[in-house]
Design a protein around this ligand. Structure first.
Ligand code: NAD
Ligand code: DAU
Length: 363
């Protein structure tokens, strides 16, 4: 399905008030003419400032193209009502509790949102899809957004790919793995047209400041200890969020129904390397306070901390023709600069969620 400037498709995006969903909606508002239904429960990490900024810039041309539906997917009745109201041609399912540390402290919320929420959405969509007129039924698609964490933890060698076995090890990744299995079974059993993507770590503007990169920027900026879990040698494969969004749009356009695609940044870094590069950018921007790395502090490890994630993105490179555009240097500089220019937003998000930058997820 091509989301072009003249598309009249109705797109239901779940989790559109979150980090990746918000980036996707801003892009769709700017580059297409689709009608967007943004279903989000408005949890602690949700925010509509970024989307509202774009709507203001676009003015009349965007009027009525973004409708926010405050709905919790864990509630089957309101999920089903929202799906009927949106009457979608395309569903992009991003809503999930997404922070590993919080899943250690409060796993039930992850079961409710990620498993029950996905189940309720699938049931509502199946009913909707079965009742669509033939042409719309043929073109309907649900894209389920998942994570590389479902594949477990790698040592020094090897990569995750579409054929890797599932081996989730945190409550977060276990609930995401469950949602992936539900989605696959709704495709095989009921024929609901689905594609699944599993992406590596995203970074960029508008990410809630509990995740590593925004957390480090804000702690280093305010000269607080920068907490590195364990020995700092855990590896993640970092992707700029705009590149992830571009991959999703291309998968919707060129992906094969029933197939899954791994999305990665070809950019493995240890956590210590990430922290040092952020400190390096801050040293250039605020030489008076250099070296920011003096605030690095090794703290107790995350329970069950996965050692390494790394994606082999060969399928999406070859079959879809997507590849990341942003190099890490460019992406991290843009991200640090964005946070320094948006300190008020960070304070607002922390205040409204009662999050003070404290450690979460120790047993
Ligand atoms: P986020 O936490 O910033 O946003 C998630 C949004 O989903 C929030 O606005 C939240 O309110 C909403 N939500 C959660 N439970 C809901 C429910 N029951 N009903 C309605 N809305 C609900 O997360 P994100 O980083 O934008 O991640 C989006 C998706 O991408 C998630 O499914 C996550 O697993 C996946 N993912 C994230 C990354 C990453 O690095 N951030 C990488 C790969 C995959
Ligand atoms: O791999 C994709 C996943 O990436 C997504 O599915 C998740 O939604 C997303 O949150 C992210 O999970 P991680 O656990 O990898 O991200 P986080 O930013 O929490 O941590 C990145 C690494 O940094 C991890 O090894 C833990 C470490 N860390 C994290 C924090 C918050 C620290 O050392 N110190 C910290 O303060």
């Amino acid at each position: 399905m091509c989301l072009s400037a003249d598309s009249t498709k109705k797109v239901l995006i779940t989790g559109g008030a979150g980090f990746i969903g918000g980036t996707l909606i801003r892009r769709l508002l700017m580059d297409t003419s689709v009608e967007i239904f943004n279903l989000d429960k408005m949890g602690y990490a949700s925010d509509l400032h970024g989307i509202n900024q774009v709507l203001r810039t676009l003015g009349e041309s965007a009027e009525g193209r973004h409708k926010h539906l405050r709905v919790n997917l864990a509630d089957s009745k309101s999920t089903s009502t929202a799906v009927s109201f949106a009457d979608p041609d395309l569903v992009i399912h991003l809503a999930a509790e997404s922070h590993v540390d919080r899943s250690i402290s409060s796993p039930l919320q992850f079961v409710e949102s990620n498993i029950i929420g996905t189940f309720n959405l699938l049931q509502a969509l199946l009913k909707h899809w079965e009742n669509l007129p033939t042409q719309r039924q043929r073109e309907f698609l649900m894209l389920h957004i998942s994570t590389d964490e479902v594949y477990g933890s790698l040592e020094h060698k090897g990569y995750f790919s579409e054929n890797s076995s599932y081996d989730p090890r945190s409550p977060y990744s276990a609930t995401k793995a469950s949602s992936d299995h539900l989605v696959n079974s709704w495709f095989h059993t009921y024929g609901l047209p689905l594609i699944r993507t599993n992406c590596s770590n995203n970074y960029g503007p508008w990410q809630f400041p509990e995740k590593l990169i925004p957390m480090v920027i804000l702690k280093a900026f305010s000269k607080e200890n920068i907490p590195i879990y364990g020995d700092g040698k855990n590896i993640r494969d970092w992707l700029f969020v705009e590149d992830h969004v571009e991959a999703l749009i291309q998968v919707i356009d060129k992906g094969e129904v029933g197939r899954n695609y791994c999305i990665g940044g070809l950019n493995e870094k240890t956590n210590l390397e990430i922290v040092e590069s952020i400190c390096g950018v801050l040293d250039l921007l605020r030489p008076k306070y250099a070296p920011h790395s003096e605030y690095i502090s090794y703290v107790e490890d995350r329970p069950g901390h996965d050692r390494r994630y790394a994606i082999n993105p060969e399928r999406i490179l070859r079959e879809i023709g997507w590849k990341p555009k942003y190099g890490f240097k460019q992406g991290i500089e843009a991200t640090v600069q964005w946070y320094l220019s948006n300190l008020d937003w960070c304070s607002l998000m922390k205040k409204k969620s009662n999050y003070k930058g404290e450690r979460i997820g120790l047993r």
